[in-house]
Design a protein around this ligand. Structure first.
Ligand code: PMP
Length: 365
């Protein structure tokens, strides 16, 4: 459903309906003939792909009576973006909200959550998911102690992948189909031929894949990207890089496979592992070359897409004019403005020709 015309009732009505944008400059630089397209989830109202599941999980829990405004406290373990989505919903609907957040996650996410009125409990990043100290463990302990509190649990809640099966996936399909029927002169197969996504809970990749394969193109190649140091990729032998146990990119990768992630074919056809060394420069490329103000996990997805497009299977798409290859960009740089990987790269003094011109012009004053 497109965003309604006219006046929206609240921020919740401005969730999703994100644009699909051509990455023509990166495609040209990489010698790709296909249409390389970005699903720009950072343009959702709360700044990420996770707004969609927060809205759906809250609304479904209200429908079934699990959540009652003014009575229930919402608790959730998150890497921040689901928390921000829940923060929007809870601020608007009047639920107290407690977010458990691993230490690793950015101060920007914490500040946004606090501004939305949430309480934050930081947890050790290295705590195993099933330990009482992890963000998941602390959320459970709080839920047991706080009367009338509910964990919507994005790791097990079917409304997480369903939100993407019902909104994110169909939006991508609709944009490509509409474009193929438009008068523009770009070639198009009229289908989603391949799509590349990272996984945290796995809700996005599972739901989007189902939408595309069930109702649109069963042949679509779904490529999953997992950070080095995580264990979500399949087969498990891909996850052996024990030397790379931590990574800076936030929101993707885990030390357990969440229930909502269907990581095998036909849902996910192939997995790639991507480290910070490839992901963070790729995020900067999206910013500098395509003017898309994305966060780190978008870089992971782009780096994985470019890697896959260079494989034999990927080349069958990369070299075909009109084939549509989509990369999903989950959140924006707003979440990471103070992170060294961004602030360092963004403020580096470079001797560009324009900088030299400025120097000369001011020296002449
Ligand atoms: N990127 C970022 C920045 C995220 O916050 C998340 C959600 N944890 C993801 C990617 C992955 O989304 P999903 O949980 O649907 O797999």
């Amino acid at each position: 459903m497109p965003l309604p015309q006219g006046i929206l009732n609240s921020a919740l009505d401005a969730i999703g309906q994100t644009p699909l944008i051509r990455l023509d400059r990166i495609a040209r630089a990489e010698g790709l003939k296909c249409n390389l397209l970005a699903k720009t989830e950072f343009l959702s109202v709360g700044g990420s792909v996770k707004d969609r599941i927060a809205k759906r999980m809250v609304e479904e829990a209200e429908r079934t009576g699990r959540l009652v405004p003014g009575q229930t406290t919402v608790i959730e373990a998150t890497s921040g973006n689901t928390g921000i989505g829940l923060g929007l919903a809870c601020a608007l609907k009047g639920y107290p909200l407690i977010i458990t957040l691993p230490e690793k996650m950015s101060l920007e996410k914490e500040a946004t959550l606090r501004a939305l009125g949430a309480e934050i409990v930081r947890t050790p990043t290295t705590a195993a998911f099933d330990s009482p100290e992890s963000h998941i463990g602390v959320a459970k302990r709080l839920q047991q102690k706080i009367p009338n509190s509910v964990i919507l649990n994005q790791y097990t809640n079917a409304d997480n992948p369903l939100a993407h099966e019902l909104t994110t996936g169909p939006e991508i399909i609709d944009a490509i189909v509409a474009d193929a029927h438009s008068f523009n002169t770009k070639k198009s197969s009229g289908k989603v031929d391949a799509i590349i996504m990272g996984a945290g809970t796995g809700g996005t990749i599972t739901g989007v894949s189902r939408a595309i394969k069930k109702a649109h193109n069963p042949e679509c190649v779904v490529v999953g990207i997992d950070p080095k140091g995580s264990i979500l990729a399949f087969p498990d032998s891909l996850n052996d890089s024990a030397d790379d146990a931590t990574y800076q990119v936030e929101g993707i990768g885990y030390d357990f496979v969440p229930e909502v992630l269907d990581r095998m074919a036909p849902t996910v056809d192939v997995w790639f592992k991507i480290g910070d060394d490839e992901a963070l420069p790729a995020a900067m490329r999206l910013i500098k070359e395509e003017a898309l103000l994305v966060g780190g996990s978008s870089g992971t997805a782009l780096a994985g897409a470019l890697k896959w497009l260079k494989t034999e299977k990927g080349k069958a798409f990369a070299d075909v004019e009109g084939s549509n290859v989509v990369v999903l960009l989950p959140d924006g740089i707003r979440n990471y403005m103070s992170k060294p990987w961004f602030i360092g790269a963004a403020t580096q003094q470079k001797e560009t020709p324009l900088a030299a011109t400025i120097k000369r012009a001011l020296a002449g004053d």
